[in-house]
Design a protein around this ligand. Structure first.
Ligand code: ADP
Length: 232
């Protein structure tokens, strides 16, 4: 089943009097359960594409459908619901709140979900367990290694039971062994049915995805695939 669909999505950034076309019109479809890697040179448009997929950035043209429903970029309510529901994004820099404990950081993923405290605790415990960080619940991010911080960020992303995990260079700050351990988590999530979209510079990591999309100078290139199109 198709989960995400972009039709002619484009993005132009204005900086001062200059305009930068970050995305030429892109057509893209991602099926439920797929593991997709987005690769390409720095400045090519990878993060822009991922941030629009995650409803964190607004396109200048085109249409985007999540589970068949058109995203209304003017509806803050719909965008917040998507970001805190079906879609979840993790970043290269982990984006944890430094003066909050691991548990408090993970609880943040549930902020839009009213639920009894006991249920909240259960969700936090089960997601921390899933990423192997249960024992560190009372630590602060500064007391954790980079790999551990990324695990916590993944746990936070998983609390709302998203259908899609979007990851922007998730291992970019990590050494190869730690990166491999994070990839193991992704592989397990994928085996459990999660849809994953990962931006990476690392071709070895990208090769572990089922499908690789290359984006360069804002143009999506399609290789050996039938249900994805790219136009310029
Ligand atoms: P990548 O993730 O592949 O490195 P990006 O999506 O970050 O590429 O950037 C694509 C292009 O858009 C680059 O030329 C970049 O300089 C430009 N860009 C990205 N974000 C902004 C922004 N907020 N304002 C202006 N230009 C931007």
């Amino acid at each position: 089943m198709e989960l995400l669909r972009m039709e002619q999505i484009s993005k132009i950034y204005a900086s001062g009097i200059r305009y930068q076309t970050a995305l030429h019109p892109v057509d893209l479809a991602i099926e439920e359960g797929e593991f997709v890697a987005i690769v390409g040179p720095s400045g090519g448009g990878k993060s822009t594409l991922l941030s629009i997929l995650g409803c964190l950035n607004r396109p200048d043209g085109g249409r985007y459908f999540v589970q068949g429903q058109a995203v209304n970029w003017k509806s803050g309510r719909q965008l917040a619901a998507l970001r805190g529901g079906v879609l979840a994004t993790i970043f290269q820099g982990f984006e944890l709140i430094p003066h909050w404990t691991v548990i408090e950081n993970v609880e943040l993923g549930l902020r839009f979900r009213p639920m009894p405290k006991s249920v909240r605790s259960e969700v936090v415990v089960s997601t921390l367990k899933q990423v192997g960080m249960l024992r560190s619940g009372h630590k602060y991010p500064s007391e954790l290694s980079g790999g551990e911080q990324q695990r916590v960020a993944i746990a936070r992303a998983l609390t709302a039971s998203p259908k899609v995990l979007l990851a922007d260079e998730p291992t970019g700050n990590l050494d190869p062994d730690t990166a491999a351990a994070i990839m193991e988590i992704f592989t397990t999530l994928h085996a459990q049915g999660m849809t994953l979209v990962m931006v990476t510079h690392d071709m070895h990591l990208a090769a572990r995805a089922q499908r690789q999309l290359t984006i360069s100078q804002g143009q999506l290139q399609v290789r050996g695939d039938t249900h994805v199109g790219a136009t310029s």
